[in-house]
Ligand binder design. Sequence first.
Ligand code: HEM
Length: 437
Amino acid sequence: MQENVDSDVFFFTKGMRGARIVDSDIFPNHWLLGGIFDAPDPNQIGLFRTWEMRNMRLMQDRYGEKGPIYIFLGLTPFVFVHEAPCLEALLRSQVNREKNFGYDFLKPWLGDGVLISAGKKWQHRRRNLNSAFHFNILSSYFLMMREIVDEYKESLTKRVKEGIKEFEFHDEFNKLSLQIINYTAMGFKLNYNDPLAERYRKDVDKIKRSLRRALPFLDNLLYSHFEQNEIDWEGVKEEMEVFMFAGHDTTTATSVFALQFITENKEVLAKVLKEQDSIYGDSDRAIEMEDLKSMTYLEQCIKETLRLRAPVREYFRKVNESPLKSSEGDIHISETASISINADFIHHSEKHFPNAFTFNPSRWSSEERRHPYAFIPFSAGPRNCIGQKFAMIELKLVLATLLRNFKFQPKIKSEDTIIASDFISSPWPGCWISVTE
Ligand code: HEM
């Protein structure tokens, strides 16, 4: 059926504008199983991302102007939505906001919480959770984050003084981010050394005590459960799981990649430190929430990191209504297809980001203009990341605290770092960085 075919895929894409099956030199398609045999061994870490990016680039060069690209992984047709107007049409849609079957493997763990659920259930949960991210509430999270980050600074200082010279920062930040999300969402601190039973007992005790304080996130869920009868107990547990997961691996990845990019680039580091000096001078006063607004260059560094190392590099949808209405006309997508939104891919587009593979935070200065849907690390539209402001606060606080207090020397360059493309990206097999005071 498909010998180097360069024509519309007849049964899935009948009548679709620009939908093409890819040429056999990009994905050698098996007549029944499609491109599945060509995919690299997923155990060979880092290869999948390189393979996918290369093939998507080749496809875009050939079919770029013609709309979404179809490929087959096994019997499943996948549609790669790869251009900004098409991404905008899809992500802004109020109708096409359901996740595809690819999220099912998360269900035994995260349940049918806000990350995965659909329809009225999602709408209801999302509305309920939105209130936990208002500005005033974010300010109270900030104070809790600062407490944790200061404790981490003390611990790092102690270990450096004891003579430890190198640290694996993916692991360091993973513990730190977990501690932050645990404390802000649940209201108690983790103690990794506690034996399980003792920890459980203490933690339950602490939860009970902390409920007397204003604990925005868990409080919010408990209020909805007990007072408003809006969410059942299963729902409370689901949403806590979602937040613990969505809120820590992503910020871990961003912190470690940002630390590596900033500290390997002396000019960038000098500008970050100059900005910190302009805010604090010689004073060693604590970082305040207000200060974060003045950290514009640091914010540019974080955005540039999110562009080059999107932690959620790919996410998926299914289509409930076609055609999508784009600024460039209607885009027809088959309702049997799964849609891949590959943030990593559009973030490396030369059209939107000249010298796309170079770390250049200044491209985020306010004069630069680009299509708003060319940069989608937090997704966009009604199903975007609910925690993005929370994440930016955490990232600025962590990076500013560390960069002001320590000197870092990465052991490996960003360009030589293998990126493991699990559900959330990470440096493989870690990211070792020397630290001095
Ligand atoms: C740098 C950090 C982060 C990045 C890059 C990120 C990225 C994303 C992306 C791409 C999505 C859409 C996923 C999809 O469509 O399948 C998403 C959804 C979500 N994120 Fe984040 N996230 C970050 C931090 C956080 C934090 C800190 C929280 C919570 C405190 C959070 C909570 C969520 C939730 C609950 C959703 C599901 C929203 C919905 O479907 O309505 N995220 N995030």
